[in-house]
Design a protein around this ligand. Structure first.
Ligand SMILES: [Zn+2]
Length: 264
C-alpha cells in the first residue's frame, strides 16, 4: 500500500496559537515545526509497523511546517510554495493508494475548534459545497476521492476528528487536543499524542486491508459558495473566470467536476 500523507500544523498537540506558533513570524514557530514533525514521524512509524513501505509527506502548512532535517528517514517530502500546478500534482496523487491527514484543524466557524479556519485564517468566513459547510478535510477527502484515494486516517484537534468522521463514516481518527476556543485547547502530552498517532494509523491500515473504506465521491453537479470577511477578497475572487458574485462578500462557482472548483 502506498500512502499519501497530508500534513498541517494547527491540529498538532501543543500548537495552540496562530500568532505565537503557526504564523511564520511567531516567536515559537520553529518549536511548532518540531512538534509537527514529531507527530508526522510517529505516523510514519505506525505506517512502517503496518508494513507500508512507500510514504509521501505533503507539507500542507502555509509557510512550511516540517523541519526537514528531523523528518523520518522512511518518508519523502513534497514541499515548497507556491504549490505545484494541479496538473503535475495530480500525476503524483494518482501513484498512491490511500490518503491520511496529520495535524488537522476544524473548518472555519467551529466555535470550539482551536485555530479553526478554512484555507486562509484571515479572509475566509466559510465554504459551502452543495449547501453543506466544508473545510480543508472535505476539500482533501473529495479531491483525493476523485482520484480513487480514500481518506482513512486523521489526527488533530477533536473537532477536526468529528468533522472527518461525519464526512467519512468508519475512518480512524486520533484527537491529540480538545479545543476550547479558537485560541485555546487542552493538549495531550507530546509523548502521548505521538503514541496514539502511531497506534491509530497502524489500526487504520489494518482495517483498510480487511474492510476497505471507499473513496469519498459526492454526486454532482457542484455549487461551491465562498464567503469572505471583507469585500476586497470577494472582489479578487470574482475577477476570476466563471465566478459569480452573489453579494458583497460572497462568490459562487459551479462545475460537474469537483476537481475544477474545490481548490479554485
Ligand atoms: Zn496550516
Amino acid at each position: 500500500m502506498k500512502v499519501f500523507m497530508v500534513t498541517d500544523m494547527e491540529g498538532v498537540a501543543g500548537v495552540v496559537s496562530f500568532t505565537q506558533q503557526s504564523y511564520p513570524d511567531g516567536k515559537y514557530y520553529e518549536q511548532a515545526k518540531k512538534l509537527e514533525t514529531a507527530e508526522v514521524n510517529a505516523a510514519v512509524d505506525g505506517l512502517r509497523d503496518a508494513g507500508v513501505d512507500e510514504i509521501l509527506v505533503w507539507d500542507g502548512h502555509g509557510a512550511g511546517g516540517i523541519s526537514f532535517e528531523d523528518l523520518h528517514p522512511a518518508a519523502k517530502l513534497l514541499h515548497g510554495r507556491p504549490s505545484p500546478p494541479w496538473s503535475r500534482l495530480n500525476e503524483v496523487i494518482a501513484q498512491y493508494d490511500v490518503c491520511v491527514m496529520v495535524g488537522q484543524h476544524a473548518r472555519a466557524g467551529v466555535a470550539t475548534g482551536n485555530q479553526n479556519h478554512t484555507q486562509s485564517s484571515q479572509t475566509v468566513d466559510y465554504y459551502k459545497l452543495n449547501g453543506k459547510y466544508i473545510g480543508e478535510i472535505g476539500q482533501i477527502a473529495l479531491y483525493f476521492g476523485a482520484f480513487g484515494l480514500p481518506l482513512i486516517f486523521l489526527s488533530g484537534e477533536e473537532d477536526a476528528c468529528r468533522e472527518a468522521e461525519d464526512l467519512v463514516p468508519g475512518m480512524t481518527t486520533v484527537a491529540v487536543k480538545q479545543g476550547l476556543g479558537r485560541g485555546s485547547a487542552i493538549s495531550l502530552s507530546a509523548q502521548e499524542a505521538r503514541r496514539l498517532i502511531c497506534l491509530g494509523i497502524k489500526t487504520a491500515i489494518d482495517k483498510q486491508r480487511a474492510d476497505p473504506i471507499p473513496p469519498l465521491v459526492w454526486d454532482g453537479p457542484f455549487v461551491l459558495e465562498k464567503r469572505y470577511f471583507h469585500t476586497d477578497t470577494a472582489d479578487g475572487a470574482s475577477s476570476q473566470p466563471n465566478v459569480e458574485r452573489v453579494d458583497s462578500q460572497t462568490v459562487r462557482l459551479r462545475s460537474d467536476d469537483i476537481r475544477q472548483i474545490i481548490y479554485k
